[in-house]
Ligand binder design. Structure first.
Ligand code: GLA
Length: 434
């Protein structure tokens, strides 16, 4: 069957959405959020039309595939991390925002124990039974991982379709969006409630223990706790967080380099190990230290002789990055544009030189974006090793930005960059369709 979503996509894979910065407020906690209802009740100021359009579309694609209406539709946003790279698994600070782009699931219960799931993006189908499944190195693993750690009985099978307007493996957390969207879908389907923090932990467990990426907590946390129009300042040590208003003269621009690295998972897990090695060396002098978050530069220098140079540089990135996140939030409060830009630049340099997760293409994109007069800062986002950069740009300059950066990237690397423009979105929700 032809994928029914192509008309929403720009050739590059992303899409420029209708201007929806006036995003509605969310409904009551735990209940399915209904944008139209919220709008009518005056809870929200306007309706994210694109979300409604995609929701209608996914409902109709489900009907075509299965000849009936879906019972539940869910959505979970992807995220872009403005600053705080590779700090979340070291007990540090992060500052992500949820994107309007995310993953939708529509589905309905079956009378038997069979599970049938379609990925509309991949045009692939997978099927298995509720009690009998294993890891298969395919998109279904994200679903099976959640099923494995869902804390309630799965009472019946189901059929579902998945559609995402997030590009995969591009550093925008498409995995967490799929996991969280499915978890919410399952809550709706099974009529069960799960505490938000519990939901984050289940999804992270699915990723760590089933899928096999030793990720931190940022992606899942953002998808569940984001608030529209706000950045999410999160302390990953104690999970305390604060929503910080995102200036409405800004827009988030994501530039996808188009580079995908097979090594992504293994390199990521390796960085984690290198951080652990540095921590172990510091602990030999300071046993009270729990994570790299507790380590100062002085302590790191003192312990330098007990670790290799690589571990030292990795830890140096983490320690300086934590400091930068805190400072960035302060600069944001004062709207100190000069320091905002400088801090993002330093963050990128540190990721590139000390943490070694960048590539010449990503360095180039950061440089090209930063040199534009209406850009307030740019850096690599996500895990790195390919994927995307994020830039904060002046609202209204989206088209110009895309044209200028695309041209330079093409001239230098003969590659096509793709673009997503966004504004901080709301968090995951599900709703009943009938
Ligand atoms: C991936 C992981 C996150 C985080 C980032 C890097 O997105 O899933 O937990 O570690 O990389 O900041």
């Amino acid at each position: 069957m032809k994928n029914g979503f192509q008309k929403f996509l720009l050739p590059g894979g992303g899409y420029i959405s209708k201007d929806a910065e006036e995003i509605p407020k969310q409904g009551e906690k735990g209940k399915g959020y209904k944008p139209w209802e919220a709008f009518q009740k005056g809870i929200g100021k306007s309706v994210p039309l694109m979300l409604c359009e995609v929701k209608e579309k996914i409902t109709s694609v489900f009907k075509t595939r299965f000849g009936k209406k879906p019972g539940v539709v869910s959505f979970a946003p992807g995220r872009v991390n403005i600053i705080g790279g590779h700090t979340d698994y070291n007990g540090g600070f992060v500052l992500p925002v949820a994107l309007k782009q995310g993953t939708y699931i529509a589905g309905a219960k079956r009378k038997d124990k069979k599970i049938i799931v379609y990925s509309e993006n991949l045009n692939e189908k997978e099927a298995w039974k509720t009690e009998n499944y294993e890891k298969e190195e395919s998109f279904g693993d994200f679903i099976r991982g959640i099923l494995k750690f869902f804390p309630f009985e799965i009472t019946s099978g189901f059929e579902a379709i998945i559609y995402s307007d997030l590009p995969m493996s591009s550093g925008l957390s498409s995995s967490a969006a799929l996991e969280i969207s499915f978890l919410y879908f399952l809550m709706g389907l099974e009529g069960r409630k799960i505490d938000k923090i519990e939901a984050v932990k289940i999804a992270r467990r699915a990723e760590n223990e089933f899928v096999g990426l030793q990720c931190g907590i940022m992606d899942q946390f953002t998808s569940v706790f984001a608030e529209e129009g706000h950045l999410l300042f999160l302390d990953t040590r104690n999970l305390k967080y604060k929503h910080i208003p995102f200036p409405n003269i800004w827009k988030i621009a994501v530039v996808d380099s188009g580079i995908r690295r097979e090594l992504r998972t293994s390199e990521y897990n390796k960085r984690r190990e290198e951080c652990k090695m540095a921590l172990k060396a510091v602990k030999s002098l300071y046993p009270e230290v729990m994570t790299l978050r507790d380590v100062s530069e002085e302590m790191l220098f003192e312990a330098r002789k007990f670790m290799g140079n690589t571990a030292f540089r990795r830890a140096m990135h983490v320690i300086s990055e934590n400091q930068r996140v805190v400072e960035f939030v302060e600069y944001l409060g004062k709207m100190d544009l000069c320091m905002i830009e400088k801090t993002m630049k330093l963050a990128h340099q540190s990721l590139s030189e000390d943490f070694d997760v960048s590539l010449p293409e990503l360095d180039f994109l950061v440089e090209a974006a930063s040199s534009l007069p209406y850009v307030y800062g740019a850096r690599l986002t996500g895990a790195g090793f390919g994927g995307s950069i994020v830039a904060i740009i002046k609202k209204g300059k989206e088209k110009k930005f895309a044209e200028e950066v695309e041209k330079e990237y093409m001239e230098r690397f003969s590659r096509k960059a793709s673009f997503i423009f966004s504004y901080p979105s709301f968090s995951a929700y599900y709703e009943y369709t009938s």
